[in-house]
Write a protein that binds this ligand. Structure first.
Ligand SMILES: *Cc1c(COP(=O)(O)O)cnc(C)c1O
Length: 382
């Protein structure tokens, strides 16, 4: 097999490396000044009041659910089309994920479906800005207010995206980010929670550091642990990488948008595939680019087409295996989901293929992807 062009990839340059090495040679490898500097830089960029850095996007979800005060038996409403952590992070606090079907065009959780799923046990709505496209927050916030629910936004895909002119991270009760290498910027592993609520902010800082509350009145060494937390800390050298990466975030998104424009114009007249949508009141960060096969116009299955693209050198992927198809949502954790529960998400899932999109892609690679997608589709069209 040819060397694959991956579906996503980091872009780390010499300047990033220099910043990391500087910190490795300093006194503080972890818990030093770079963490707060990174938090402040992200908060400023996203126009959030507070930011708390943690060791991954998943860690950010643990922390957000914990400080939201969910209790055993509570329910969170989220989408079946997300990376599993959005939902399973709540399981560890005894809460139960409840899924609501998605919108056909944006692939985001459908506010109409959210409202149908609300019960007395519902505590949190966890929307996901899928592929970097912000959800319908005016509607979601209205529902949350009416039913007194918290909104914990999973914006792992959406650093730098905008909803009606507002930066992602600036308006939900809490917004979580991921800095995994395929996401907008990277720290290797890493994540952040953004909030405008001082109380939540203070709880988040305690939770990520074992639940430790310093008590200098008793002595400089003394601390109390009322509620044991986790160790979810990010290191200083990762924060240095994050600060350096953040300087390039707008450049990264601009390049993503250029590639998307090129793909859209190349694919828009091919009736065997459907291209992704960006509603006119949002600015997507374009985390991934997904084509949807119109299977009634093709004489091969998604699997055959996926494998043909792979053989031709495209590192294609499918985002994601739906949560209602995951064993943990079907039995053993108080859920009994199964195939057929979410018709819109399931139709999408049956036709989706993620093709390569990352800022470091060369024009030559972009043209190769276009040529290859066209070639494979031509091979199988009816
Ligand atoms: C990547 C991702 C996460 C988890 O982030 P990690 O940093 O990999 O732990 C959570 N939710 C979504 C939607 C993601 O894409």
């Amino acid at each position: 097999m040819k060397k694959l062009i991956p579906y996503g990839h980091q872009w780390i340059d010499e300047k990033d490396i220099k910043e990391v090495v500087k910190i490795l040679k300093s006194d503080w490898v972890t818990q030093g000044p770079k963490i707060e500097e990174f938090e402040n830089a992200i908060a400023k960029y996203c126009k959030a009041k507070y930011a708390v850095a943690v060791s991954s996007g998943t860690a950010a979800l643990y922390a957000a659910y914990a400080v939201a005060g969910i209790l055993p038996g509570n329910e969170i409403i989220t989408t079946p089309l997300t990376f599993a952590a959005t939902s399973y992070a709540a399981l560890f606090f005894g809460a139960k994920p409840v899924f609501a079907d998605i919108q056909e065009d944006t692939l985001n959780i459908d506010p109409v479906e959210i409202e149908k799923k609300i019960t007395k046990k519902t505590k949190i709505i966890s929307p996901v800005d899928f592929a970097g496209h912000p959800c319908d927050y005016d509607l979601i916030q209205k529902i949350a207010k009416k039913h007194k629910l918290l909104v914990i936004e999973d914006a792992a895909h959406a650093l730098g995206a905008k909803y009606r002119g507002k930066k992602i991270g600036s308006f939900s009760d809490m917004t979580i980010l991921s800095f995994h290498p395929v996401k907008t910027i990277t720290t290797g592993e890493g994540g952040m929670i953004l909030t405008n609520d001082k109380k939540l902010y203070e709880k988040l800082k305690i939770f990520r550091n074992h639940g430790i509350i310093k008590n200098p009145k008793i002595g400089g060494w003394y601390y109390d642990i009322k509620n044991p937390g986790f160790n979810l800390r990010l290191t200083d050298f990762q924060s240095a990488l994050g600060i350096s990466q953040l300087k390039k975030v707008d450049k990264f998104i601009k390049r993503r948008r250029e590639i998307v424009a090129r793909y859209n114009s190349a694919f828009k007249n091919i009736k065997e595939i459907k291209i992704p949508v960006e509603r006119d009141y949002v600015k997507s960060s374009w985390h991934i680019y997904i084509i949807r096969l119109q299977l009634d116009k093709l004489k091969a299955s998604r699997k055959e087409i996926f494998e043909s693209m792979q053989k031709e050198g495209l590192g294609v992927q499918v985002h994601y295996v739906l949560l209602n198809l995951q064993p943990f949502c079907q039995e053993g954790f108080g859920m009994s989901y199964g195939a057929g529960d979410f018709p819109v998400a399931e139709k999408y899932y049956s036709e989706a293929i993620t093709i390569p999109l990352f800022p470091k892609m060369t024009d030559k690679e972009v043209e190769y992807v276009i040529k290859t997608v066209k070639k494979v589709i031509n091979r199988y069209k009816k």
